[in-house]
Design a protein around this ligand. Structure first.
Ligand SMILES: [Zn+2]
Length: 376
């Protein structure tokens, strides 16, 4: 059975009440599974220690995070701490260390053969750098978990389907040939963090192991899945990872307020099924999934509920329990969803459809052409 990691202290990783990175998103998933009568067994991880955090983060940065978490009124802008994106609250470092500990626990369970599939019910803080908080991310739980795996000699493929480029993970392993990173995201021309181009292929030994597909705004689900297959299949076939790590952000959904892609919950279901197939075909079933971005409270809990159901092989129930809709009425908005999946044709037709599809295929092909020279 897959293992699900969660600790109530994850909720301490919260910004201001109106900040989009809300711990309510995960509470809503767990509550929806509960109301729908789906069995959920959670494993509570330890916090990451300072030594474990220091496998990725600079010690001066860790000191600054501790200082600002004690006195949030004294920001440290040189480390991105206390900025508009990363406002700091007392005790935030405890929540962030607990989340990092969760993702790390998942990696260790897989490396030690105690589990082959793990879902970390949080984390995916893919923008954090070695010495910089960025894009709502304080500690890079993904990089800490991946470093633990590579320190054991394992090869890790990292797939990032968050709508934003996974720049933090990419930069931390930019010259490492033990880590293949593949990020699909809305083009940096239009969206934070502004990076993730096809020419960012890695450096030194890592060259050819960092892959990016920047997608046009208004990319739809079918085209997204087509482009993902174009790149992920040959990349995983070539790299043959020991473990597949996936950041399963939900902000490529059409309802997301921060981005412009048009995935539906149906697309996400197909995407999660593909990810399981990739793991079974290319990493002997070893799969570590984290959550990530996803800022529509109406869509994100439904997407991650689908992730849970697909991972465990439970049937996808359709009608949302009335008690759940009632309890989260404020978060779900004036016209709450009634079903787990989106209604048919949930957004307006896009006039430039064929042009967008062609552009995305061209990006994927350009990337494949560039790396095929390096994969000989
Ligand atoms: Zn994101």
């Amino acid at each position: 059975m897959p293992v699900v990691l969660y600790h109530p202290e994850y909720g301490a990783y919260a910004f201001d009440a109106d900040h989009p990175f809300s711990p309510l998103r995960i509470e809503m998933v767990l509550d929806l599974l509960h109301e729908a009568g789906v069995p959920v067994e959670l494993v509570a991880p330890e916090s990451a220690t300072q030594d474990e955090l220091a496998t990725v983060h600079d010690s001066a940065y860790l000191g600054a995070v501790a200082d600002v978490s004690r006195s949030p009124a004294d920001p440290r802008f040189e480390y991105g701490l206390g900025t508009q994106d990363n406002p700091m609250k007392a005790g935030m470092d405890l929540g962030a260390a607990r989340i990092a500990g969760g993702t790390l626990t998942g990696a260790r369970m897989i490396a030690e053969g105690k589990a082959s599939k793990v879902l970390q019910m949080g984390g995916g803080l893919h923008h954090a750098r070695a010495a910089l908080a960025s894009g709502f991310c304080l500690f890079n739980d993904l990089a800490i978990a991946i470093r633990d795996l590579t320190s054991r000699g394992l090869h890790v493929a990292y797939l990032d389907v968050d709508v934003h480029h996974g720049d933090g993970v990419q930069s931390i392993f930019f010259d490492d040939d033990h880590v293949l990173t593949l990020s699909l995201h809305e083009s940096g021309e239009y969206l934070f963090p502004g990076s993730g181009w096809t020419h960012e292929l890695g450096r030194g030994m890592g060259r050819g192991f960092k892959l990016n597909v920047p997608l046009e705004p208004f990319t739809e689900g079918d085209n997204y899945l087509e482009v993902l297959d174009m790149v992920a299949q040959p990349a995983l076939e070539y790299f043959r990872p020991d473990v597949l790590v996936v950041q399963a952000g939900a902000d490529a959904h059409f309802a997301d307020p921060l981005a412009d892609l048009l995935l539906t919950t149906q697309t996400y279901e197909a995407l999660f099924r593909r990810i399981l197939t990739y793991a079974d075909r290319f990493s002997a079933g070893r799969l570590l999934l984290t959550l990530g971005g996803g800022y529509s409270l109406e869509a994100t809990p439904r997407i991650w509920t689908i992730l849970y159901l697909v991972l465990f092989g439970y049937p996808i129930f359709e009608n949302l329990p009335a008690a759940w809709i009632e309890r989260w009425r404020k978060e779900l908005g004036p016209d709450p969803p009634r079903t787990l999946h989106d209604p048919p044709h949930p957004y307006e037709t896009i006039p430039r459809r064929e042009e967008i599809n062609r552009h995305n295929r061209l990006m994927a092909q350009r990337l494949l052409d560039a790396v095929s020279m390096l994969w000989l």
